[in-house]
Design a protein around this ligand. Structure first.
Ligand code: G3H
Ligand code: 13P
Ligand code: ZN
Length: 349
C-alpha cells in the first residue's frame, strides 16, 4: 500500500477512540522492528524521522527503506512523518521526498533552541500548512515548548517552563489550520523527564483536558511520551550502563490523554533504551562476539516488543484493516474544496 496521509490515520483513530504511536527511526533495524510489531498487532502506524535522523541515515536511504516497508507490508497503513521540522525549508524538503506528514515545530526558532513568539510560530506554521495541504500532506504544529534537549534540539530546562495556554491553543489552531496540535503539558524529550512518578503538579493532564474541551475535534499530540520503564533501565545498568534513576510518562496517563483527544503519541526513548540494553547484554555476556548480527537481531527484537506493547496499550492494535487509504492527490482536493475541514470546532469556555 502507498504511504498514507497522517490526517486520514488520525481521523480514523478519532472515530475509533484510540491513539496511534509515532515511533522514531534512524536505520533499517528500527524500521523493521516497527513493521514486525505492526504486522503482529495489525496496527496502522506513524513512522517519523527527526532532522538528526535524516542526516544520520541520509535522506534517500531512509526514505527508500520506508518505501520497502510499505511494499512488504501492503496490509499496514503507514504515514511517514517529519518530526520537529525547524523551518519551512526542512518541511518542504521532506514533502518533496515523499513524506506524507510534517511537523512544523514553530514553538522554537529555526535554531531549534530559542522559544519563538506566538506570531512567529503562527506565521511559519501557516506557510507550511498552505504548501503542504496543496500537496495533500498533513501538518502538525506545536504550541507551548517541551522541556529537555535531544541531539541539540530543544529549549532545555524543565517541562514546566512553557506549558501551553489553552486560549493560545485555540487561536493557534484557528489561525494556522493545522491537522494536529502538539501541546506542552510538562513532558520532556529523553530519559530524564521526572525525578519521581509524576503527579498533577508536574504532568499537567488538567491542561490537556482544558484544551480538549475547547478544541473537541482537534487531534492532540503528546511528545516526550516514553514511559522509561524501570525494567529497561535495569537491563542497561545490569550490563555496565550508568543511567540515573528516572521516571517517564506512565502509560495510564497517556491512556487518559487518549480518552481526551490525544491521537498521536511520540515515542523514541523507550526504543533507544530497549535497543541499548539488548546490545549491552550480548556484548557483556559474550565478549568474544563481533558479528553485528549477533547483537542487532536481539536489539531489533527488543524494540519490536516495546512497540507491540505500546500499540496494544494505545489501542491502535487490530485497526490496520479498518479502512482503505485515500490517495494523497484526493486528500489535496479535499483540502482545496473544504470537504477536509481544518477549521477547528471551538467550544465556549
Ligand atoms: O525529538 C525527539 C526525538 O527523540 C528525536 O531525537 O533529534 O535525537 O533524533 P533526535
Ligand atoms: P521521548 O524522548 O519521550 O521518546 O519523546 C520522543 C518525541 O517526542 C519525539 O518527537
Ligand atoms: Zn518531540
Amino acid at each position: 500500500m502507498p504511504l498514507v496521509s497522517m490526517r486520514q490515520l488520525l481521523d480514523e483513530a478519532a472515530k475509533g477512540g484510540y491513539g496511534v504511536g509515532a515511533f522514531n527511526v534512524n536505520d533499517m533495524e528500527q524500521i523493521q522492528a516497527i513493521m514486525m510489531a505492526a504486522k503482529e498487532t495489525k496496527s496502522p502506524v506513524i513512522v517519523q524521522a527527526s532532522r538528526g535522523a535524516r542526516q544520520f541515515a541520509e535522506d534517500l536511504y531512509l526514505f527508500k527503506l520506508i518505501q520497502a516497508a510499505a511494499e512488504l507490508n501492503p496490509e499496514i497503513p503507514i504515514a511517514m512523518h517529519q518530526d520537529h521540522g525547524n523551518s519551512f525549508e526542512t518541511c518542504k524538503s521532506a514533502i518533496l521526498l515523499g513524506y506524507t506528514s510534517v511537523m512544523m515545530d514553530g514553538s522554537l526558532k529555526e535554531d531549534g533552541k530559542t522559544p519563538s513568539t506566538f506570531d512567529e510560530n503562527v506565521e511559519v506554521t501557516k506557510k507550511v500548512v498552505d504548501y503542504a495541504h496543496e500537496r495533500g500532506v498533513t501538518v502538525e504544529g506545536e504550541i507551548g515548548v517541551l522541556g529537555g534537549v535531544e541531539d541539540g534540539h530543544g529549549a532545555g530546562g524543565s517541562g514546566l517552563d512553557h506549558i501551553t495556554d489553552p486560549d493560545q491553543a485555540v487561536e493557534f489552531a484557528e489561525r494556522t489550520g493545522v491537522d494536529a496540535l502538539a501541546i506542552a503539558i510538562g513532558t520532556s524529550h529523553g530519559a530524564y523527564k521526572f525525578t519521581k512518578k509524576p503527579d498533577g503538579s508536574v504532568l499537567k493532564m488538567d491542561v490537556l483536558m482544558a484544551i480538549h474541551k475547547r478544541l473537541p475535534n482537534t487531534h492532540l499530540v503528546m511528545h516526550g511520551s516514553s514511559s522509561v520503564p524501570k525494567d529497561l533501565q535495569d537491563v542497561i545498568n545490569q550490563y555496565g550502563g550508568k543511567l540515573k534513576e528516572t521516571w517517564g510518562v506512565p502509560v495510564e496517563e497517556i491512556q487518559l490523554g487518549i480518552r481526551n483527544g490525544v491521537r498521536k503519541i511520540n515515542v523514541d526513548t523507550d526504543n533507544r533504551l530497549a535497543i541499548t540494553g539488548a546490545i549491552r547484554k550480548v556484548l557483556w555476556e559474550t565478549p568474544e562476539k563481533f558479528d553485528p548480527r549477533d547483537y542487532m537481531k536481539p536489539a531489533r527484537e527488543a524494540m519490536k516488543k516495546v512497540v507491540a506493547l505500546r500499540m496494544t496499550q494505545f489501542g491502535q492494535a487490530g485497526h490496520a484493516g479498518d479502512y482503505s487509504p485515500i490517495a494523497i492527490t484526493e486528500i489535496a482536493k479535499g483540502y482545496k474544496d473544504g470537504s477536509l475541514t481544518t477549521r477547528p470546532l471551538v467550544a465556549a469556555k
